[in-house]
Structure formats: structure tokens, C-alpha cells
Design a protein around this ligand. Sequence first.
Ligand code: NAI
Length: 248
Amino acid sequence: MVDRLADRTALITGAASGIGRAIAIRFAEEGANVVVADIREEPREGGRPTHEVVADAEFVETDVSDVEAMRDAVEETVSAFGGLDVLVNNAGIFPGSCPIEAVEEAEYDRVMDVNLKSAYFGSKFAAGEMRERGEGGAIVNISSIAGLVGYDDAASYCASKGAVANLSRELALELGPDDIRVNAINPGVVETAMTTQDTSAAGTMAEQIPLHRDGQPEDIAGAALFLASDDAAYVTGHNLVVDGGYTA
Ligand code: NAI
């Protein structure tokens, strides 16, 4: 263990379950204080709440689609641990496969609000805190390979994730002068409740993946640790594909 995030504080949305939970556990192992911002405490896949299995962690009940709730989550992080060094905008929903003709406005709005508006305003509030403190920071946005290439019958999801990918590039330009790095991760299929419970297309894609297995949450956590840490001190505006070679 190298303690690559010693004395750092990370706010991770959607960290009760799946990928966000793995990121929280990995960050805590590397010395970070962790704030779990989620609408629920219990992991969707079962088990003990994330903030109970890692040291120096707090839970803040947050609906990330609510702009004021995102502001509160950032403020509560700062008041709990004295600052904010890393924001991971991870919370997201997959509405299920659906042809565009069948998508209603309410579903479109919900997908955009949870997947995109959350990252937009979360970044706004985090950047404000980071700039004021003047010690830089890192923002890691969880996009998807569905933000870089099309994914059949998932127009709202693809649109939201494509926007998150490019939001990350733009924010890298805007926040770079204050040493706030902004990057995105584009996971391929990762085995979580999202892929096993939320889609009728659930099931392994291992045959079509060069590394011959589906991704695990820990695969994404390793990439997030790299982007959040000083190992990536000169990396910003990057979309890091972590998909076992699927889109190669
Ligand atoms: P998951 O469904 O296992 O976990 C998502 C977490 O986000 C849950 O704890 C849930 O309570 C929370 N959440 C959902 N809506 C929320 C809201 N409005 N406010 C606060 N928290 C909320 O999903 P998974 O797979 O861990 O996904 C995490 C991120 O990774 C998402 O942004 C997803 O789009 C992205 N992703 C996932 C892939 C996969 O194959 N699992 C592939 C590519 C990207």
C-alpha cells in the first residue's frame, strides 16, 4: 500500500453500490477520507453500507439530480473533513433498452438529470471550493463507452454519457489554470446491479471482449485511483476507456 491519497478527501456520488462503492473502498485503502453521496445506504447488490466498511467515511443522503442537494453534499464534505480534493461524479442510471419512439419526456429528463446535470453542478460546486482553497484538485467523471460510440436502443443514456465525456474536456480547459484536473472514465460492461438488474440485455459479453471477461467494479476503481492521484498530475481532459478492449 502506497497511500497515494493520504490526507486527501474524496466525495464520490453513487458510492453505495457497484462501481462507486469499489472506488470508495480503493480510495480509502489509499488513505483518503471518503464521503459517500447516494440516495440509498444499502448496496444494491447487498452487503453492508460502504461507509461502514471503510475507515474515515461519511454518508450524505443525496439525490444527485437535485442541484441544491449537490451543493449540500460538497458543503458537508468540506465541513466534515476540512476540504475537498477529489470529486467522482459516478451516480448514474440506465433506463433500460427502449427505441426512441417509445421514450417519454419524463424518462429523458430523469436520465439527463441523474447522469449529466449531477456532474455539471457537482463540478461547479466542487470547483468553487477547490479554487477558493487554492490547492488544486481532481474531478473524475464516470461516462461510458456509450458516451463515445452508439449503443442500440439507449438514446437518452448515450446522449447523457456523451455529454459527460465532453463536459470533462471543456472543464479541463476552464479549470486547468487552477491546477484542477478533469478527466472521464469510459467503462465497458461492468458486472454490477446496473447490468444484472436494470437491463433485459443482461448477460456476459465475454466472447466479444478481447480480454475475454466482463469488467469488475475494481477495474474501474484502479483507473479512478490513477486519475485522482498525483500519478496523473499531467493528465487532464482525457477520456480513459476501460473496456477490456471491446471498442479497440
Ligand atoms: P449501480 O446501479 O450498481 O450503482 C449506482 C449507484 O448510484 C447506486 O448506489 C444508486 O443508488 C446510485 N444512484 C442512482 N441514482 C441516484 C441519484 N439520483 N442520486 C444519488 N445516487 C444515485 O450502477 P454502476 O454499474 O455501479 O454504475 C455507476 C456508474 O457507471 C454510472 O454512471 C453508470 O452509468 C456507469 N457505467 C456503468 C457501466 C456498467 O456496465 N455497470 C458501464 C459504463 C458506465
